[in-house]
Ligand binder design. Sequence first.
Ligand code: PEP
Ligand code: MG
Length: 745
Amino acid sequence: MPDRGESESRKLLRRLREAMAGESAGQERLDRITTLIAESMGTEVCSIYLFRDRETLELCATEGLKPEAVHQTRLRLGEGLVGRVGRSGRIINTENAPALPGFRYMPETGEEAYTSFLGVPIQRLGETLGVLVVQSREPRGFTADEVYALEVVAMVLAEMAELGAFVGEGAAMTARHQQPVTLRGTIGQEGVAMGHVWLHEPRVVVANPIADDPDREAERLREAVDRLRVGVDRMLDGAAGGDAEQLQVLEAYRMFANSPGWLRRMEESVASGLSAEAAVEKEQSSARARLTQVSDHYLRDRLHDLDDLSNRLLRLLTGQGKETGAQMPADPILIARNIGPAELLDYGRALRGVVLEEGSVGSHAAIVARALAIPLVIHAERITTEALNGDPIAVDGEQGIVHLRPDDSIAAAFRDKIAMQAEAQERYASIRDKPAETLCGTTIGMHMNAGLMADLPSLAGSGAEGVGLFRTELQFLLRNKMPRRSELSALYARIMQAAHGKRVVFRTLDIGSDKVLPYMTAVDEPNPALGWRAIRVGLDKPGVLRMQLQALVRAANGGPLSVMFPFIAQYEEYVAARAEMDKALERERILGHPLPSSLDVGAMLETPSLAFAPRRFFEEVEFLSIGGNDLKQFFFAADRENELVRRRYDTLNVSFLTFIEQIVRRCEETGTPLSFCGEDAGRPVEALCLAAMGIRLLSMRPASIGPVKHLLRRAHLGEVRTVIEGARARGEQSVRAAVMEYLKR
Ligand code: PEP
Ligand code: MG
């Protein structure tokens, strides 16, 4: 950048700082700033437009346009040149504005007299807050230096805390971060929660965007970048030979940290008068703005890496760590762009809810949130930029909606809903130790699903009679290397002890599809849900399965043991898996370890094919558990993780219930014990219909036991069955309406 431009922008920034430090405040200060910029740039006009709401830009201050237009002139997003800058976040620089497509002038401003136009977005952390415009009568193209100077000024403007106060004038003059925001995301885990924001990665606060001494700032920047590089190298050394994905991320960090372009751009910003922190943030802001425009996954990941790196650099410069001294609220709702499963588990049940900007239904974090039964909303776009530590927040995990700083009516509605749920829980406590016996005298077994040691206390609390499904994969997912057999057997033994003699059905490792172990080579599959997963992996690479089975036998230590294999699709797979169990027993016998006093080996029925297996399968298998989540996705060919289709088909669809009935009948013929352990077991009306179809054992989330039992105890299965048969005879698609009608009666 040539000397002239550099000193111009520095001069401008210095005057700007004086203006900002001066006595004036609010509108007066903003007016002063536009005057200053117009003077420095030698233009007749300088105007600041700010977003009044997501769709509308408002003229908030101007030098040169008609003063009466201030707070009156408003543009829709994309309207006119200003609206286009606001929408695209890209600069428009033209010496002949009227000739540009999309140009329209606002007569009330008197801007028709001006031909040249330069508009730059006012952005903070990748979010466009408004547009800064200079215009002049004479046709002139603004030089690259002038454009740059205006960008730097826009950056400083974006840092002005009071900026928000100008928008929504006439309304409450509230700052943007005080307004209620509703964000629509995707359901990660159902449940409703209210609390206060706790940011996983608190934002670094840049107190002074303008440099006092640019040479000193340049030095600070270089020192910090040096420390960053050393730190990244150290992380790389530490990770050598470890997880390939982590290495890849660190390599990308190193590449960016050493990229001359990255450092040069920041140095230029410092040379033009920004503080080192503001220079980093400016760079981060433009990377974030790019992020919103790329859809390529790989590129997005790299831009995220760059974002993380900028955060590290900001922490080094400001000395602000993750520990900001802020106190975690008593009712924290965790906000993060993304979070690893182990980190989430560290917070544990202290959290009321979790909201992620990214994530996926099948991500490990989602699996942990599910295991912890914490409401989770994912894909809540902008949540990390909108939320501030301590903001009130309401999370609706049932609809995938987040209300940040909810207004009174929404907060009241949430409080009612939560109070009603608490009341209901109390009601359920009174039937906790009573059986789920229906009015017609049938008793339905109530078991719970678990996946963590921490779930076991719920056995007593929920009134569950046992653990119908213990998902063993969490212990594998939470580590960065394969657990050892001794670790597993110690853990399984503790789980059995904590169950105090109640039955625990351990499901062997169910990985693949959505659950990928970080330390196993990932296979690229076109259709992971239909791919190499669960028992298919266990049988093809039997090392882990054998280790796990041996750990289970050892953990039982001469007591009873129940094991089931996931995703058995045909008889032969069960035979092969069962043979592995026998081998494990034999090995343990040879080693002189006690064998289980009783052993149940079962299979999960998760593919329609198994319902049609030969009779001898039903005779040999010691029990069957319907994995309704998978069975339903394969029955309807509708991906359980795809928001577009996952709720398209009702569990109470007549065809599906008829299919369940057929499975019940086949099990009855051979006397094979049958249970149902998918999510639907925990939904009262679904559970009732499953019971009406003949299911006698349900396994569900602990919190669902109360509501399901409550309904079962008031129902007459024979009557429900008649209602279902009626709907079937009438050719209805789903029995839901008929059953709901009956329940109302
Ligand atoms: C199921 O598929 O219903 C099941 C219980 O297993 P998971 O949800 O772990 O796949
Ligand atoms: Mg399953």
